[in-house]
Design a protein around this ligand. Structure first.
Ligand SMILES: [Zn+2]
Length: 301
């Protein structure tokens, strides 16, 4: 995204280091992410938008070879470099490969440690550090290619998952539940645009205990009633109290608790099938510890 940007390569390095130091990595099966095909990306994105992004990437490469700039700006927060197109295909490809492995019964659940994140990417627009909506591509893939009837999306990033909402609102095969700081970027989510969306906006400085109560009283009854066959998690950890990009009061125990509740729903209705994708989380230490807590619950270690 450019020098000094919070959505930086060190995020994944911090996660990887933490998993190695704590021994959690030893208990996991590691998969390399393949590139997603454009036809799979287009399950969630408008074809013209995908072509435009590709064109932008190709132009940047040509201009840079001729001494031009290193970055092409999509919006004030979001940029491309010459590697971003491939990274975006692999981020979506990770979610697809995870979906394949889970639905083949190879593994019960998966976490995709990917950049760029995805949940702000709308059907026809990249924004908010996100190029493609990795999770929505995978959710649509599970519905279209595997003919699942019901998938649930859980989003606990500090920001509203407006892109996922844009792609899945009105699709009765999907239920999305979200909790996020509001009013806050991207300033949406104050109402539910369709019956399959449950947005829970909360004010800045909401504490972990209050968020757990909301999960218990609002999310869980909807998820239980929906009886999803598979769950997708937009795992953003920027609601951590140490993260300066948001002002929520979550900590790693809260993330573990939320993950455990989601896993219970998955075990009851979905044979435990969960694909979780990294979204935000910019305080590197807090991000790494939170991912560890998330994975300890998912992997039961
Ligand atoms: Zn976020």
């Amino acid at each position: 995204m450019g020098p000094g940007h919070p959505e930086c390569p060190q995020r994944l390095a911090a996660i990887e280091d933490r998993l190695l130091i704590t021994g959690v990595a030893d208990a996991l099966v590691h998969y390399e992410a393949p590139e997603a095909s454009l036809s799979d990306i287009e399950l969630a994105h408008d074809r013209m938008h995908v072509a435009a992004l590709r064109g932008m990437s190709e132009r940047l490469s040509e201009e840079r070879a001729a001494g031009g700039p290193d970055y092409a700006q999509i919006d004030p927060d979001t940029a491309l470099n010459v590697h971003s197109w491939k990274a975006a295909l692999r981020a979506a490809g990770a979610a697809l490969a995870a979906t394949d492995a889970v639905l083949a019964g190879e593994i019960e659940n998966a976490f995709c440690a990917v950049r760029p994140p995805g949940h702000h990417a709308c059907r026809s627009k990249s924004m908010g550090f996100c190029l493609f909506n990795n999770l929505a591509v995978a959710a649509r893939y599970a519905l279209q290619r595997y003919r699942l009837q019901r998938v649930a999306v859980v989003d606990f990033d500090v920001h509203h998952g407006n892109g996922t909402e844009d792609i899945l609102a009105g699709d009765p095969r999907a239920l999305m539940v979200g909790i996020f700081q509001h009013p806050f970027y991207p300033y949406s989510g104050d109402r539910d645009p369709a019956p399959n969306m449950l947005n829970v906006p909360v004010p800045a400085y909401t504490r972990g205990m209050e968020i757990r109560e909301i999960v218990k009283t609002l999310w869980l009854p909807r998820l239980e009633a929906f009886q999803p066959e598979m769950l997708f998690v937009s795992a953003g950890f920027d609601g951590h109290r140490e993260d300066d990009l948001g002002q929520l009061g979550l900590n790693e125990q809260d993330y573990a608790w939320i993950t455990a509740r989601v896993k219970e729903v998955a075990c009851r209705h979905a044979k435990g099938r969960i694909v979780s994708c990294l979204e935000g989380g910019y305080a590197l230490g807090a991000l790494a510890r939170s991912v560890e807590a998330h994975l300890r619950v998912l992997a039961d270690i």
